[in-house]
Design a protein around this ligand. Structure first.
Ligand SMILES: O=C(O)c1cc(C(=O)O)c2c(n1)C(=O)C(=O)c1cc(C(=O)O)[nH]c1-2
Length: 361
């Protein structure tokens, strides 16, 4: 294909750029083509979208999030150098987590749930636009088929993501009453992960693009990736903003959502605990060993709760960092039992403590 249709800028830059010039050329590609400039993002960040349009964005972007580790596994598979793989594999851990309930994909699911989706509907990927799937899959194919340099260069959009993320989080929190800090927690971690990843990839590209041809390939890879991001937003805009042509089988407002409780029943802050939550003891509540009675108790201001052995084993692991799933995994190892069965039991127990206000998530 490329032989038949030469890339438009194939004639440019016959000269070898210095590493700094190459970096400037890459940054210039982002300045002109990164998806922060797309009209859909402008509407999203400025609070101009309806709740359903925000839902369409959250649902479709789930596909990108879910496929990023698949993409990174394809990149990893090209690396013959163990020291490179050791660095790159962190990206997969960031998205998949080390345990069920951890990681970026899980946090994106929380975001989708936060705007009203049923988790299983999102996981099914049923309502996702075909155009979203095509562009995300093009990214996976690209890194599998092109050179390692091009695969790494295509991730360089991450150089530009911290700025758009800060703008998005601030804009969405300010402009939509249905968006909370918890819903957008996905982005907290990206603010440190993206610069770390981008620094490594940029350094690699500057060191390894040592001929004009390789430099052009790196620039073309970044341009391609900007287009992967841009076309996803084109598809969203076309289907859900204007002209509003939703393709057959794509998500339509009202589908795949958790039924909303009538306002009178809504009890903010007491939703049931889920496996990805990180429970913690509230300020002033402590797990103590009561010497005189020879047992553990939960000490809260002016109240004491007796605990059975199971509750003590769980609460010893409650630290605000571990997820419920991670606690269940650890207990599963200690007691050689099925962690998912333990998880179901401890969710009930933790909900009970949360209702008594001696546990938070
Ligand atoms: O919120 C964003 O605008 C944004 C942009 C990008 C990007 O520029 O590719 C990524 C992400 N987020 C992101 O969350 C993410 O995990 C990610 C991985 C990659 C990649 O190419 O490997 N890009 C991005």
């Amino acid at each position: 294909m490329n032989a038949v249709f030469p890339t438009p800028d194939a004639a440019d830059s016959q000269r070898l750029l210095s590493p700094d010039e190459l970096e400037a050329a890459l940054r210039d590609i982002g300045a002109r083509r990164y998806h922060n400039l797309h009209p859909f993002h402008r509407l999203l960040h400025d609070g101009k979208l309806s709740k359903d349009q925000v839902r369409a964005w959250a649902l479709n972007r789930y596909y990108y999030q879910a496929m990023i580790p698949v993409k990174d596994a394809a990149v990893l598979a090209r690396m013959t150098d163990a020291s490179l793989r050791r660095i790159w594999r962190q990206r997969i851990v960031d998205h998949d987590g080390d345990h069920p309930g951890d990681g970026g994909i899980e946090r994106w699911l929380k975001l989708a749930e936060g705007v009203g989706f049923e988790r299983d509907y999102v996981l099914s990927t049923r309502g996702i636009l075909s155009a979203t799937k095509f562009s995300v899959e093009a990214y996976v194919h690209f890194v599998a088929e092109k050179s390692l340099l091009e695969a790494i260069a295509s991730s360089l959009t991450e150089m530009f993501s911290p700025t758009i993320i800060s703008e998005r989080v601030a804009g969405m929190l300010k402009n939509y009453d249905f968006i909370t800090k918890d819903t957008l927690a996905y982005f907290d971690k990206r603010l440190t992960q993206a610069p770390r990843d981008a620094d490594f990839a940029l350094d690699y590209v500057k060191t390894h693009a040592t001929t004009p041809e390789l430099q052009r390939q790196a620039m073309a890879a970044l341009t391609f990736k900007c287009n992967v991001l841009w076309t996803q937003l084109d598809a969203l805009y076309f289907a859900y903003v204007a002209p509003g042509m939703i393709p057959p089988d794509a998500w339509t407002p009202g589908t795949g959502l958790v039924p909303e409780a009538p306002a009178s029943q809504a009890a903010p802050g007491v939703r049931k605990m889920v496996a990805g939550d990180r429970p913690r003891l509230p300020r002033g509540v402590r797990l103590r060993h009561d010497e005189t009675r020879g047992k553990h108790v939960l000490l809260a201001p002016e109240r004491t709760f007796d605990l059975d052995d199971n509750a003590v084993a769980v609460l010893k692991l409650v630290d605000g960092n571990r997820t419920v799933a991670a606690i269940a995994d650890e207990l599963g190892r200690t007691y050689a039992a099925d962690p998912r069965a333990i998880e179901a039991d401890i969710l009930v127990m933790l909900d009970g403590l949360a209702e008594k206000r001696v546990l938070e998530r």
